[in-house]
Design a protein around this ligand. Sequence first.
Ligand code: RB5
Length: 148
Amino acid sequence: MKIVIGCDQGALELKEHVKEVLSEFKDITVEDVGTYNTDSVDYPDIAEKVCSKITSGQADRGIALCGTGIGISIACNKIKGIRAALCHNVFTARMSRQHNNANVLSMGGRDISFGPASEIVRVWVTEKFLGGRHERRVNKITALENGQ
Ligand code: RB5
């Protein structure tokens, strides 16, 4: 699985930590689309960089980080085909995969500490979508996206 990761200046250290956690998984490759320093950037630009890798098929899933995780997850969810989940704990991370088939994980670098973030990432990359009734609901999200 290829994972694209990006952050704004509010989550630079969290991004580096998440990359370390992802390196535990031998079947995961990571592409880092920035930002790479503490200069101020606009999180919608990072959301676009992360999500375009997914919608173009260059990555399977993404991790999009900002100070709170709120702005970047909102921005990601404006992009067709993206289901970004802002997760604060292992439960929401698990549900976002099992029930919502989330293809982007968001967290807040100014919100979450490295310990819980590590657990969230490990769960999020390993949990599978359950399908069934959840697939019907996710298909309805897609229909909303298509104006149906
Ligand atoms: C940047 O200062 C901050 O607004 C951003 O990282 C994020 O928290 C927005 O939702």
